[in-house]
Design a protein around this ligand. Structure first.
Ligand SMILES: N[C@@H](CCC[C@H](N)C(=O)O)C(=O)O
Length: 259
């Protein structure tokens, strides 16, 4: 069997992306997917994404974490599949596509993708953290010493705690740099490690910081280990809407696996 693939990254969150419009990919083969994502025994990636046909929209995005299991929305993966769809000539510079959390609108120009995220009506804020769903579940917590933090150990402790049960959560640690600028490090569920960036994660951080009154603007800069992202949004009585995740989505290389 031969599987052609492309590798893309969005601020260092990296993905194997496969054109599955002919539905040839064995979608239930968890071992194969985790092997392809393995950094020593495979191509290496935080996740694998399939691009498939959709009956009325431009395409469907199917997202798997590096552990081989299909998961909830991936913001950086969403930006990368838009770049991939453009390279395949499936889209030009604007698109509407389907993902697990519903329809997404996006534009791409010079590798910069503006991806519309799902509306967020509810943010649970406790003493030390906020929890919200931006397409994937996110715990957001301020860290006094972000650069020295052992994100893998501390993230795993919270992810597997009674707080989130068997479903778990992604865990984001945040440090405020300026009024509307935040540094973020994320432990990703399904990768079970820190990644260099998480799109739904920085979206959650931006909304949580605004909701807690720590940010004044509706355009926040998020510094992640792999680069910089921007989140824009509107807020009214129903919550946060018109949320956009903005940043680069970059082609890395392509190849094919044969076995
Ligand atoms: N990398 C992602 C989030 C991917 C999903 C996450 N690991 C989960 O299972 O919830 C992003 O950029 O949003």
């Amino acid at each position: 069997m031969t599987i052609p693939f492309s590798k893309y990254q969005g601020t260092g969150n990296d993905f194997v992306i496969i054109d599955n419009r002919r539905l040839f990919f064995p979608k239930d083969d968890t071992k194969l997917i985790s092997r392809l994502c393995d950094r020593k025994f495979g191509i290496g990636a935080d996740g694998l994404i399939l691009l498939e046909n959709h009956e009325s929209l431009d395409f469907t995005m199917v997202y798997y974490n590096a552990d081989g299991h299909e998961s909830s929305m991936c913001g950086n993966g969403g930006r990368c599949i838009v770049a991939f769809a453009k390279a395949l000539h499936v889209i030009q510079s604007t698109t509407l596509f389907m993902a697990i959390d519903g329809v997404h609108e996006a534009t791409i120009e010079n590798e910069i993708v503006h991806l519309k995220m799902q509306d967020v009506a509810k943010i649970d804020t406790k003493n030390t953290y906020s929890f919200l769903n931006t397409g994937s579940p996110h715990h957001v917590e301020i860290s006094e010493n972000l650069s020295a933090l052992d994100v893998k150990t501390e993230g795993a402790r919270i992810r597997y705690s009674d707080l989130y049960g068997s479903a778990g959560s992604n865990i984001n640690f945040v440090s405020q740099k300026e009024e509307n600028v935040f540094a973020v490090r994320t432990y990703e569920r399904g990768v079970e490690d820190e990644t260099l960036s998480c799109g739904t994660g920085v979206t959650a951080v931006a909304l949580a910081m605004h909701n807690q009154g720590k940010a004044t603007s509706n355009r926040l800069q998020l510094q992640v280990e792999g680069g910089e992202l921007e989140v824009r949004f509107e807020k009214d009585d129903t919550g946060y809407h018109s949320i956009f995740l903005i940043g680069p989505a970059t082609y890395v290389f392509k190849g094919e696996i044969t076995w």
